[in-house]
Design a protein around this ligand. Structure first.
Ligand SMILES: C[S@@+](CC[C@H](N)C(=O)[O-])C[C@H]1O[C@@H](n2cnc3c(N)ncnc32)[C@H](O)[C@@H]1O
Length: 409
């Protein structure tokens, strides 16, 4: 039975929501839509009255691909919505903040992406997971990825033919680096001698900088260098890297602005040194990160670089063993960039430590707002928040923020 609904708002996943709640993917607030209700989700959707914010999706893959959720909305609408997502998360904690202008990465600027590849009877199928979860959509004209990544999809297919099984989907992470393509494969056949030699030959044939297989480096023709400030870093295989260079630079500018003048900084959840190394141009930095391979990469990058101040590194699980107030006494500014879960344990200690400035980079507005509330209750002022959108057309929202200690505390 066809039913009609008016969309009231967008949910966190970018779906339209009507009273009920009824979820209507790829619809916009104010639109009158009709379709068949299955559980609480509207299917076979027809947009009866389109929003004036509705646009023709720029990418021809949008209909079937699960990579983007908001290509049917005008850029300005998406930007305002992401800022509003942050404002709403803060308001739910009784907080508000000055919102600095959003920064959105350009089209075709993703420098790292994981391609799903399945072996088929005829060969391979490679792309992003489709909107239906068990499908793969080919993406030769993807508007997100850097063209050099799209050009590398045949490499992912070739690797699947060599080392993928017919039963599982291979996850091939492709990252652009100064040394060429850095490829990390997960979910392939178990490694053995013959497979190592076949994959080493493939590394040569396709001119890859590095190929790793389930975390093991198979071959490295050129160091897959990432440049962080004046330093060249070779991150471990498959390591975290900000999704776009443009977004990385926008986050870095926000972190530098927030910590300006600091002489001693701790960088928590430091990764391979995205922020630590540029910060070390003007401050001593203690970088703390859970993965020892990343702190080693950071340390080596620092040792080879010229003109940086001291960086010390520490591999430490900051959920279980956050830095304690007595370890932070000499610190002027704290930078933290935790995973989606946020950094509740660490933030509880920062609340006690009362350092002058905290620069918080977050990929989850809800956990950010929860942690912000702890800091504000301890006397910090949330000075500003800037949304940085490296995942344009997705519902994903990232931000950088500055907290400072109010004079009376
Ligand atoms: C969002 S990334 C940020 C990395 C880095 N700041 C950057 O911009 O490249 C989060 C980092 O936190 C690290 N991490 C995750 N859980 C952790 C934990 N419990 N303790 C310490 N580090 C952790 C991850 O390995 C990852 O490098």
């Amino acid at each position: 039975m066809t039913q009609q609904f008016t969309i009231a708002r967008l949910g966190h996943q970018g779906d339209g929501i009507a009273d009920g709640p009824v979820y209507a993917p790829r619809t916009l607030p104010g639109e009158v839509v009709s379709g068949t209700l299955v559980d609480q989700v509207l299917t076979d959707i027809r947009v009866e009255t389109p929003s004036d914010q509705r646009v023709k999706p720029p990418c021809r893959h949008y209909k079937s691909c699960g990579g983007c959720q908001l290509q049917h909305a005008a850029d300005g609408f998406v930007a305002d919505w992401k800022v509003e997502v942050v404002r709403t998360a803060l308001a739910a904690q009784g907080l508000e903040a000055v919102m600095r202008p959003i920064h959105t990465s350009p089209e075709r600027s993703r420098r790292r992406a994981t391609i799903a590849v399945r072996r088929t009877k005829k060969g391979t199928l490679a792309g992003f997971h489709g909107r239906a979860s068990d499908t793969i959509t080919e993406i030769p004209d993807c508007h997100l990825l850097d063209p050099a990544l799209i050009a590398a999809i045949p490499v992912a297919e070739a690797l699947a033919l060599l080392g993928g099984s017919r039963k599982s989907v291979l996850a091939v992470t492709l990252a652009l680096s100064e040394g060429g393509l850095d490829v990390a494969v997960r979910g392939g056949k178990p490694m053995d001698g013959p497979l190592v030699s076949i994959l080493a030959q493939a590394t040569e044939k396709h001119g890859l900088a590095r190929l790793s297989w389930d975390g093991e480096v198979i071959a490295m023709r050129h160091a897959p260098v990432q440049r962080f400030g004046p330093a060249n870093v070779v991150p471990p295989p498959g390591a975290f890297l900000q999704a776009t260079k443009d977004g990385e630079q926008a986050l870095l500018r926000a972190v530098l602005r927030a910590t300006e003048g600091a002489k001693r900084v701790v960088d928590l959840f430091a990764g391979s040194g995205t922020f630590s190394l540029p910060l070390a141009q003007s401050a001593e930095v203690h970088a703390v990160e859970g993965e020892a391979a990343m702190t080693q990469a950071l340390d080596q990058g620092w040792r080879r670089a010229q003109g940086l101040k001291q960086i010390t590194t520490e591999a430490r699980d900051l959920f279980r063993r956050p830095l304690m107030p007595d370890e932070l006494t000499k610190i002027d500014a704290v930078v933290l960039d935790p995973p989606r879960a946020g950094a509740e344990a660490q933030v509880n200690e920062l609340a006690q430590a009362k350092r002058p400035v905290i620069a918080y980079v977050s990929c989850n507005p809800v956990t950010f707002a929860r942690d912000a509330k702890i800091l504000v209750n301890a006397g910090y002022t949330l000075e500003w928040v800037q949304v940085v959108d490296q995942f344009r057309w997705s519902s994903h929202t990232e931000l950088a923020a500055r907290f400072s200690l109010s004079p009376k505390t």
